[in-house]
Design a protein around this ligand. Structure first.
Ligand SMILES: C[S@@+](CC[C@H](N)C(=O)[O-])C[C@H]1O[C@@H](n2cnc3c(N)ncnc32)[C@H](O)[C@@H]1O
Length: 269
């Protein structure tokens, strides 16, 4: 394990696929009042209303990082034809059950959006809750290539990113804590070593949680890259997309992280 966190370093453990954490994440997704894992219901609804109004009726939609399908279901109810993919087995299992219970025809696949996708060609691809900025620069190129390969000509990508004001909610620090019972990171007693660091060159925050159990160490590193309209436009232009719309007023007060977020609608060129 490295002593100093370096830019876009990846950990072998991953927050979204750890068995214990996946269960905590699902609970957070399904709590419509909080903003952890998925945004609160009011924000989800305003996002859905905007997406619905800005895309053609009965669009073929690919929901990347769909989680338990909160957006996929609402879009399917609006008569779009939706496919969702997610790296979390637990979320996909829940999403499949929920769609069947609600009589909705949604295809769900347990897959990474950083691997070649083979679930069809879509009019719209979407990726909601700042996943794009959680990727390293190389992963972003891979993501945009994958998306482009699975969009029809002139297809649309919709996603959101944090603006620079995310920095108001973070500070550089190292601290530790002890949890003597089951917690978010582990069901056994554990220490949490926490590090948060800003990387000026990439305008990104890195967060590392090292979890020490009696006989086990787990490490989770996550990234949040912040953007301006100009900087995200440049990334998209370099990767075959043209920004068509930027929407800044969809996110209602967010209790978990920054609500200073903007949504981008970009067209494949
Ligand atoms: C912040 S959550 C947002 C979930 C959903 N879009 C929402 O807003 O309700 C991020 C989601 O992306 C998924 N995810 C993270 N990395 C992924 C990857 N490489 N491929 C597919 N899904 C991924 C996670 O499992 C999680 O469900």
């Amino acid at each position: 394990m490295e002593n100093n966190l370096s830019l876009y370093q990846r950990s072998k453990d991953f927050l979204w696929t750890d068995k214990h954490i996946a269960k905590q994440m699902l609970k957070l997704h399904l709590d419509t009042t909080n903003d952890a894992a998925s945004r609160n219901e009011k924000t989800i609804n305003s996002t859905i209303n905007w997406i619905n109004g800005t895309i053609p009726e009965k669009s073929l939609i690919l929901d990347l990082g769909c989680g338990p399908g909160l957006y996929s279901e609402k879009l399917a109810l609006n008569k779009h034809i939706v496919t969702g993919i997610d790296i979390s087995k637990n979320s996909i299992k829940y999403a499949k059950k929920s769609a069947s219970k609600n009589n909705l025809k949604i295809q769900y696949h347990h897959q990474s959006y950083l691997q070649e996708l083979s679930c069809g060609i879509f009019d719209i691809a979407m990726c909601i809750y700042c996943d794009f900025g959680a990727l390293t620069n190389d992963e972003q190129v891979l993501f945009l290539t994958n998306v482009s390969n699975n969009l029809c000509d002139n297809g649309i990508l919709i996603f959101d990113v944090f603006s620079n004001n995310l920095s108001n909610t973070k500070k550089e620090e190292k601290k530790w804590d002890y949890c003597n019972s089951s917690g978010f990171f582990s069901k056994k007693p554990h220490y949490i070593l926490y590090e948060c660091k800003y990387f000026n060159d990439a305008n990104a925050w890195g967060t590392r949680n090292v979890i020490l159990e009696k006989n086990k160490i787990k490490e989770f590193i996550t990234w949040d890259t912040m953007y301006t309209k100009e900087s995200i436009t440049q990334v998209l232009n370099e990767n075959g997309f043209k920004v068509e719309e930027v929407k800044t007023d969809l996110v209602h007060k967010n209790e978990f992280t920054s609500d200073d977020v903007f949504f981008i609608k970009a067209r494949k060129t």
